[in-house]
Write a protein that binds this ligand. Structure first.
Ligand code: XMP
Length: 525
C-alpha cells in the first residue's frame, strides 16, 4: 500500500489516482493522522502531498511527532511533494524560507545528479514540470542531495538515499508535468521496489467476500436503483454476493428521460438478471410538484417523496419476509469519504451548499438500516472498470450523469406547466441521439436540454407561432465540480436546431448555453 498524507493540495486525490493507474493500491489519510492510524494501514511507501500552507504559518499542518523516526526505523520510503518536501526539510534540520523567486506554472528543470527518480536520465537532461510554490528549501538537512534544479536555480528534486527520503518541489501528478507519471513509476518500482498487484478482479472478489461476511446467511438487503452507474454496479456486486436476498427498487417519478424506465429496467432484468420492483409514482411526484417554482423547494419535495416510497417498499418487504431488511446498499464513492486537510479558514473541503443534492438512496434515519458501501474505496473510473468485469453493458457504464431530481431541475419553473415534460423529453432525445451519431458522446461529461418557461415569436410554414424556447447544454468536466462548455461544430448545432424545430411540436427556438461552472452550475436549477 502506498499511503498519501494529505496537506490540502487540490491535486492530492490525483496522486492517489495516478498510483492506482500503475496497479498499485493507494489510499489517502489526513496529513495530521496519528502514527497508530498510519501503522494500521501498513504502508510500504508514504507520499506527503502539497498544500496551500507555509511551513512557518501558525497551525500549519504537519505529520505527528515521531513520524520520521518511525519511517526510518521501519524502512518506509517517503516522498514529499511541494509542501511535503518542505515539511521534510524543515523537520529534518534544514531551512525553508519565502522564495526570492516564486515559481508558478510550467518550468524547466535540469538533472544535476543520477538518481532513481529519473530512470535513465543523465546529468544535464532537461524536462518541463509544473511548479506552484512560494516557499523554497534553502538549506538541506544533512544527508540530503539536490538531484535536480529549476532553471532559476531553485531546488527541484532531492534525495537522502540512506534514510529513504525523497522530495520533489514540483507536481509530478498533474498532466502539465508530461514526464511526471514516469517519475512516479521510477520512484515506486525502481527506488521503492513496489509490485504492481492491485487488480480490479481482486477488488471484486474481496468486496463480494466482505459483503457475504457482513450480511451473513439470513439477513435481507435493500437497494434503491437510480439507473446511474454507481448504484447499478453496487447492486450487481451485492447481488453476486447474496443472490435473492437483495431487493432492488426503481422509482419512476415521472421526471425521467425519454423511454428511460423501459431502457433501465431492460438492462437490469435482461442483461444483469437483477430483479427489480418498479414503482410508478408519477402521480404522487407530479401532484406534489404542481405549482412549485422555487428550485430548492422542488428538490426538497422530491427528496421527501423518494423517502416515502422507500419507506413503503421496506414496509411491504417486512410483511412479505416476516422480518425487516437489515441493510441498505449505497453507491458511495471514494471522493465522498476522503477526509482531507481543509484549506485555512474553512472547516471542510466537502462543504457544498449551493444546491440540496440528494442521492436516490437517501433513506429515513428511523429505518435503522446498516449501510453496505462496496464502492467506497473506488474512484468513478474504477467503478466503471469493476462494472465491466461484472458484465454491466458498456453503453450503460458510459452514460452521462443524471441528477436525482431528474427533469424537474431542467424544466424551469412549474414542472407540470402544459406539456413541458413531454416537449423536453423529445428535444433531449434528439440532442443526445445526434451527439451519439456524431461519435462525440464519450468526449462530453454531460449533455441535456432545458425547457424555458417563456415563449417567443417565430414563423413556421408561413404562419406566426408563439412557442417554446429550449436550451442545449453540454459540458466537459473531470468530476462535476467545475466544468467547461463543450464547443460543438457549427454544422452540428445547425442540424440539431433544425431537427428539433421540425420535429417537436411547440418549439420554435433553440439556444445554446455557453457558460462554464463557475459562474453557472451544470444544471439550471
Ligand atoms: P451542478 O448543477 O451542481 O451539478 O453543477 C453537478 C453534477 O451533479 C449532478 N446533480 C445531481 N446529482 N442528485 C444527484 O445525484 C442531485 O440532486 C443533483 N443535482 C445535480 C449534475 O447533473 C452534475 O453532474
Amino acid at each position: 500500500l502506498v499511503l498519501i498524507l494529505d496537506y490540502g493540495s487540490q491535486y492530492t486525490h490525483l496522486i492517489t489516482r495516478r498510483i492506482r493507474q500503475l496497479s498499485i493500491y493507494s489510499l489517502c489519510l489526513n496529513g495530521t493522522a496519528s502514527i497508530e492510524s498510519i501503522r494500521k494501514e501498513n504502508p510500504t511507501v508514504i507520499i506527503l502531498s502539497g498544500g496551500p500552507h507555509s511551513v512557518h504559518a501558525p497551525h500549519a499542518p504537519c505529520f505527528p511527532s515521531g513520524f520520521l523516526d518511525y519511517m526510518e526505523s521501519e524502512g518506509i520510503h517517503v516522498l514529499g511533494i511541494c509542501y511535503g518536501l518542505q515539511l521534510l526539510v524543515q523537520n529534518l534540520g534544514g531551512r525553508v524560507s519565502v522564495g526570492e523567486k516564486q515559481e508558478y506554472g510550467r518550468m524547466e528543470i535540469e538533472v544535476e545528479k543520477d538518481c532513481g527518480l529519473f530512470g535513465n536520465k543523465k546529468v544535464g537532461d532537461k524536462q518541463v514540470v509544473w511548479m506552484s510554490h512560494g516557499d523554497e528549501a534553502v538549506n538541506l538537512p544533512e544527508g540530503f542531495e539536490v538531484v535536480a534544479r529549476s532553471q532559476q536555480g531553485g531546488v527541484a528534486a532531492v534525495e537522502d538515499k540512506k534514510r529513504r527520503f525523497y522530495g520533489l518541489q514540483y507536481h509530478p501528478e498533474v498532466t502539465h508535468t508530461p514526464e511526471g507519471m514516469e517519475t512516479l513509476r521510477h520512484f515506486l518500482f525502481d527506488v521503492c521496489g513496489v509490485t504492481a498487484d492491485w487488480k480490479m478482479k481482486d477488488v471484486l472478489e474481496q468486496e463480494i467476500k466482505a459483503v457475504q461476511e457482513k450480511v451473513g446467511a439470513e439477513d435481507h438487503v435493500i437497494c434503491a436503483l437510480s439507473g446511474g452507474v454507481d448504484s447499478t454496479v453496487a447492486a450487481t456486486l451485492v447481488h453476486k454476493a447474496i443472490g435473492e436476498r437483495l431487493h432492488c427498487v426503481f422509482v419512476d417519478n415521472g421526471l425521467l428521460r425519454y423511454k428511460e424506465r423501459e431502457r433501465v429496467i431492460e438492462t437490469f432484468e435482461r442483461d444483469l438478471h437483477l430483479p427489480v420492483t418498479c414503482v410508478d409514482a408519477t402521480e404522487q411526484f407530479l401532484g406534489q410538484l404542481k405549482g412549485v417554482v422555487d428550485p430548492e423547494m422542488k428538490r426538497k419535495i422530491i427528496g421527501r417523496e423518494f423517502i416515502n416510497i422507500f419507506d413503503a417498499f421496506a414496509h411491504d418487504l417486512e410483511q412479505k419476509l416476516g422480518k425487516k431488511p437489515a441493510y441498505l446498499v449505497q453507491g458511495t464513492l471514494y471522493p465522498d469519504v476522503i477526509e482531507s486537510c481543509p484549506p485555512p479558514g474553512t472547516q471542510s473541503t466537502h462543504s457544498h451548499t449551493i444546491k440540496s443534492h440528494h442521492n436516490v438512496g437517501g433513506l429515513p434515519k428511523n429505518m435503522k438500516l446498516k449501510l453496505i458501501e462496496p464502492l467506497k474505496l473506488l474512484f468513478k473510473d474504477e467503478v466503471r472498470a469493476l462494472g465491466k468485469i461484472l458484465d454491466v453493458p458498456e453503453a450503460f457504464l458510459k452514460r452521462h450523469p443524471f441528477p436525482g431530481p431528474g427533469l424537474a431541475v431542467r424544466v424551469l419553473g412549474d414542472v407540470t406547466q402544459g406539456n413541458a415534460l413531454e416537449v423536453l423529453r423529445q428535444v433531449d432525445e434528439i440532442f443526445i441521439q445526434s451527439i451519439k451519431d456524431a461519435g462525440i458522446y464519450d468526449s462530453i461529461w454531460q449533455a441535456f436540454a432545458v425547457f424555458l418557461p417563456i415563449r417567443s415569436v417565430g414563423v413556421q410554414g408561413d404562419q406566426r407561432t408563439h412557442s417554446h424556447v429550449v436550451a442545449l447544454r453540454a459540458v466537459t468536466s473531470q468530476d462535476g465540480m467545475t466544468a467547461d462548455w463543450y464547443n460543438f461544430e457549427h454544422k452540428f448545432l445547425d442540424e440539431v436546431a433544425r431537427k428539433i424545430c421540425n420535429s417537436v411540436r411547440g418549439v420554435n427556438r433553440v439556444v445554446q448555453d455557453i457558460t462554464s461552472k463557475p459562474p453557472s452550475t451544470i444544471e439550471w436549477e
